[in-house]
Design a protein around this ligand. Structure first.
Ligand SMILES: [Ca+2]
Ligand SMILES: [Ca+2]
Length: 228
């Protein structure tokens, strides 16, 4: 009988704890930071914001597939599979704060033949991956404020291209993006000056090249996704 009562008490104890983490929430009730800018993919499946097929462009270096992003601890974290290896290419990230609307810019800050439905966002991240050195040798956070301003960003502080895992991880302070309520992003690969987008994540019907294309075609991105 005594044993039975103890069992009932234990069952009641657990039944009362229907809120996950009730016992384990840190002081203040905030969720524990789980994201680390370390080149290791610690995004969860629920943080996948974009999908693109693997191999829809024949050149692996230019291929993009899954795109992850999350807003956490006053940071925007972005991650994507990145296969750059002894190949000269650019990674670009168009970033729209609050809504997908024109910033007033009239050109792409790195002179690529890329726009977004004929206009440009307020913020763009650009990375140049050098063929010989096989690393990212130039990285800019570009902001439009009447003209393009360029901030050099350094590896380890704001981005890491992890060759072992073919993974690119980027962190941007929300304050650098004007503390928006929401953010829309689209990632693409391209080449040098005047080249257009070769592949994107998420998939974009305006960027469909089964093989690398270095023609003078201009590509209009059209599928920026909301980061939740
Ligand atoms: Ca990480
Ligand atoms: Ca792809």
């Amino acid at each position: 009988m005594h044993k039975h009562i103890i069992s009932i008490v234990i069952v009641l104890l657990f039944a009362g704890c229907t809120t996950p983490g009730m016992f384990f929430s840190p002081p203040g009730g905030g969720e524990e930071n789980v994201h680390h800018l370390d080149g290791i993919n610690d995004f969860t499946d629920t943080q996948i914001v974009g999908i693109d097929p693997v191999g829809d462009i024949s050149e692996k270096n230019l291929d993009l597939d899954t795109l992850w992003a999350v807003i956490e601890d006053s940071m925007l974290y972005i991650g994507f599979n990145a296969y750059a290896s002894h190949f000269g290419l650019s990674y670009g990230v168009y970033i729209f704060p609050d809504s997908i609307s024109p910033s007033g810019a009239t050109d792409d800050p790195w002179g690529r033949a890329v726009n977004y439905n004929g206009f440009y966002p307020e913020y763009i991240l650009y990375f140049w991956h050098d063929e010989t050195e096989n690393i990212i040798t130039s990285a800019n956070f570009c902001t439009f404020n009447g003209s393009w301003n360029y901030t050099d960003i350094t590896s380890s502080e704001l981005f890491i291209l992890n060759k072992s895992y073919h993974f690119m991880e980027i962190g941007v302070k929300l304050s650098e993006l004007g503390d928006p309520d929401s953010i829309f992003i689209e990632v693409f690969t391209t080449g040098g000056t005047n080249s257009h987008a070769q592949d994107t994540s998420p998939s974009d019907s305006n960027v469909s090249f089964p093989n690398p294309d270095w023609s003078s075609t201009v590509t209009s991105l059209s599928n920026a996704v909301l980061v939740k």
